[in-house]
Design a protein around this ligand. Structure first.
Ligand code: UDX
Length: 458
């Protein structure tokens, strides 16, 4: 990247999206300021310590250090910024609506401080309901009016599609970059910001190699409203796709088919695609549940029911309880049994437990009077902090979890679980039952190790 093309970028919010984007843009040569109101987060980041568990991130933090600075003070680098990216949290309200108070607070601060002679481009990267780009623009305008200033600035929508656990990979090698903007200057600036990614002109970081056969990503330019809706459509579609295969896992069980084989046969149809067809104990995380509820809420506001999406949510609610049903079938009496849970995170390669199926499964088992032992390669601590009242026994290893247990339940498809010495584990258990809630293990291998094996839909 030539020096002249480097931009001065301020990113507000250092969650998964903000921090990943910040270090990636810094690595690509831009001058980035990451802002967060949390002093502890800023202090850690300044010392090169990652505040989230994400493979490769700590290495990238170090590599991008000359280009990226961290501060609590949004106003420090705002005057020079050409781009301000809003990536703060947008939590769910009780009714499914999205709480935009953090986004609006940032917009207010920007409006109260920007230089009208050289206003930066404002980019919404947080997942926000349709109309938020317009809302941010009007909040900034209100603040400018208070200062008796009228100036021309743009708010663009640039939704983020990164997945936790592969956040850096998804940032450097996306399928597409979506930009919703009305002004051509805004679009050009975003194109300039992402040029190294769009053209793949950067040297891949060691921790994040370029995948073989990777094609240049498409730049999809739309109106801000379409860009906002693209994000919800994508997440609702993916969540529905998983719920769809989960629904079919039930019929596969009834008729004696194997849903893993079915998904393979279906996914090879290019119109359908193989991704997000893994049946299991359902989807969780910080995005699918929140975004699905949010788009349902938006639908209700516009008097537009979304029955397919509604059904996907309901199927997922029931799916999380499948592991308990299976245990009941095999153990007969759950009360007094010891159940070992393998996996607390909502997916592998993250310590994020938000809306993880483990929460409902553990809650249900405890209510039924089971003794519950748990183990996750990285999420034990987070789970303990978040659910201090759940009376579970935390284990340091999968082997500890298996000892004296009547059954094991896999709830997260960590690679580590693929390579466990199953026969050794079985030898230490009271009863050798395994419920593979992620269909990740080989039935025959487990049976040979002495287990009664059951998966989901097989
Ligand atoms: C998702 C979207 O993929 C991403 O584009 C968006 O920006 C944020 O939300 P993430 O929540 O990080 O990303 O994880 P993802 O890999 O999509 O998995 C979501 C959930 O679905 C996990 O609980 C996972 O275990 C589950 N899942 C995924 C399945 O049950 N089956 C599958 O086939 C795929």
């Amino acid at each position: 990247m030539k020096t002249a093309e480097k931009l001065k970028i301020v990113i507000v919010g250092t969650g998964y999206v903000g921090l990943t984007t910040g270090v990636a843009l810094g690595y690509l040569g831009h001058r980035v300021t990451c802002v967060d109101h949390d002093t502890a987060i800023i202090e850690k980041l300044e010392r090169g310590i990652s505040t989230i568990y994400e493979p490769g991130l700590e290495e990238l933090l170090k590599q991008s250090a000359p280009q990226v600075s961290y501060t609590k003070d949004l106003l420090r680098d705002l005057p020079d910024a050409q781009v301000v990216i809003i990536a703060v949290g947008t939590p769910s309200k009780e009714n499914g609506d999205t709480d935009l108070s953090y986004v609006e607070a940032v917009a207010r601060e920007i409006g109260a401080a920007i230089d009208p002679l050289k206003p930066p481009l404002i980019i919404n990267k947080s997942t926000v309901p349709v109309g938020t780009a317009r809302r941010v623009e009007s909040v900034i305008r209100e603040e400018l009016e208070k200062r008796c200033i009228d100036c021309c600035f743009s708010v663009a929508s640039n939704p983020e599609f990164l997945r936790e656990g592969s956040a850096l990979h998804d940032t450097f090698y996306p399928d597409r970059i979506v930009v919703g903007a009305t002004a051509i200057d805004a679009l050009n600036l975003v194109r300039q910001m992402y040029a190294p990614i769009l053209e793949q002109t950067f040297t891949p970081p060691q921790a994040v190699p370029r995948p073989d056969g990777y094609n240049l990503p498409a730049l999809v330019t739309t109106s801000p409203t379409s860009a906002e809706l693209i994000k919800y459509t994508a997440n609702a579609f993916l969540a529905t796709k998983i719920s769809f295969i989960n629904e079919f896992s039930a019929i596969a069980e009834k008729v004696g088919a194997d849903i893993v084989e079915v998904a393979k046969g279906v996914g090879l149809d290019r119109r359908i695609g193989a991704g997000f067809l893994k049946a299991g104990v359902g989807w969780g995380g910080s995005c699918f549940p929140k975004d699905v509820r949010s788009i349902l809420f938006t639908g209700s506001q516009y008097n537009c029911e979304l029955p397919v999406v509604q059904a996907a949510l309901e199927v997922n609610r029931r799916q999380k309880l499948k592991a308990i049903e299976k245990l009941q079938q095999l153990l007969k009496v759950v009360r007094g049994s010891t159940v070992g849970i393998l996996g607390l995170a909502f997916k592998p390669n993250t310590d994020d437990i938000r809306e993880s199926p483990a929460i409902d499964v553990i809650e249900g088992l405890l209510e039924m009077g089971a003794r519950v032992k748990v183990y996750d390669p990285v999420a034990n601590e987070k789970y303990k902090q978040t659910y201090p009242d759940q009376q579970v026994i935390y284990c340091e290893t999968a082997a500890d979890t298996a000892r004296d247990a009547d059954a094991l339940v896999i709830l997260t498809d960590w690679d580590e679980f693929l390579h466990l010495p199953w026969a050794e584990l079985a030898a230490t258990m009271k009863n050798r039952i395994i419920v593979d809630g992620r269909n990740m293990l080989d039935r025959e291998q487990l049976q040979q190790a002495g287990f009664t094996y059951t998966g989901i839909g097989r």
